[in-house]
Ligand binder design. Structure first.
Ligand SMILES: Nc1ncnc2c1ncn2[C@@H]1O[C@H](COP(=O)(O)OP(=O)(O)OP(=O)(O)O)[C@@H](O)[C@H]1O
Ligand SMILES: [Mg+2]
Length: 308
């Protein structure tokens, strides 16, 4: 076996629907995920993230290109790939007529685990996802966040070698999200590999070893959160309230982002005091903070992750 959990080469997907023009959802995506890594796909709505995960998890055939999971070609030998993977699909829902405890347990039995292992893994996963108090209620009676926790519990309980999670923490409160992050970290130290998608930049940064920024079916950039942030060209972000339209005055300090209301300047620490003096003279109030993935995303994609 190779040291890679997943490798795609020039993966393309064109959706064809009768009566509609074809949609190129993936335009040649090459990536690799090493064993034990947590990798996030970051991209705006329609970027192609779900399409990639659906192909990788054998649910959709690529138009061209190749993708392998643990050395097995996903399109040609999907039956060899399936035992290695477990999937939380985008907008997946638990079975309404099962309780979380029943859903997790029966899924593990269906995957071939012994009753004993299934039972202990079920209890551990329910506990990790904070579902102990809801574990015996029909899923139809659970809140949206509790249902999503049930989906994640079902998949983490498999401890499959490769987990695909499409927006796993959508709709969860901040505490549940952190519990998911902790669990993912534990799973990868136990040898699993995780490929997830997210729109939350803090989640991508806190959780993943590496990120792929995807837009229009292409990988625009990849690397660690640190590398992506460094590529912005400074380590501090200075927000200037009420300075919209004053781009020219601040351009010499670093790249300037004008969102129509505020101006933000990316600077290195050495230039900070000079910039502050200028801002004070212009009677502009200043807030200084670290550069985040948001600025990196904006630089790479040209638009913010939430912008239409
Ligand atoms: N079954 C389909 N038929 C036609 N076009 C599709 C189909 N599924 C997705 N698309 C299109 O393919 C592109 C990529 O969609 P995809 O669902 O992969 O994006 P995504 O990055 O997961 O977006 P989101 O963040 O909204 O979940 C979009 O333009 C979408 O409209
Ligand atoms: Mg999606």
């Amino acid at each position: 076996m190779t040291g890679e959990a997943l490798r795609s080469e020039q993966l393309r997907k064109v959706y064809t629907t009768r009566g509609s023009p074809p949609v190129e959802a993936l335009a040649g995506v090459s990536m690799e995920v090493r064993r034990g890594e947590r990798v996030a796909l970051l991209g705006r709505n329609g970027a192609g993230k779900t399409t990639f995960l659906r192909i990788a998890s054998t649910l959709l055939r690529p138009t061209s290109g190749t993708i392998e999971v643990f050395g097995h070609d996903v399109a040609r030998t999907p039956e060899r790939v399936r035992p290695y993977i477990a999937v939380v699909p985008q907008e997946g829902k638990p079975f309404f007529h099962l309780t979380p405890r029943e859903q997790v347990y029966t899924y593990l039995l269906a995957r071939g685990l012994s009753r004993e292992t299934a039972k202990s893994r079920t209890e551990e996963a329910l506990g990790r996802m904070g579902l102990a108090d809801f574990a015996d209620r029909l899923a139809i009676t659970l809140s949206g966040g509790q249902r999503q926790r049930t989906m994640v519990a079902t998949v983490i309980a498999t401890e499959a070698p490769l987990l695909f999670l499409d927006e796993p923490t959508i709709g969860m409160d901040p505490f549940a999200r952190r519990a998911v992050w902790d669990t993912f970290r534990t799973l990868t130290t136990r040898g699993s590999t995780i490929l997830l998608t997210t729109h939350y930049l803090d989640e991508a940064e806190a959780l993943s070893h590496r990120l792929y920024i995807i837009e229009g079916g292409r990988v625009l950039q990849s690397g660690t959160a640190e590398q992506l942030k460094r590529s912005v060209g400074g380590t501090l972000k200075v927000a200037l309230a009420g300075a919209a339209g004053m781009t020219e005055s601040f351009e010499s300090f670093g790249s300037v982002i004008d969102d129509g209301e505020h101006l933000s300047v990316i600077v290195s620490p050495e230039r900070l005091s000079e910039l502050m003096e200028l801002a004070l003279r212009a009677k502009v109030s200043v807030t200084v903070g670290p550069v985040t993935l948001e600025e990196a995303f904006l630089r790479v994609v040209g638009r913010s992750i939430n912008e239409d």
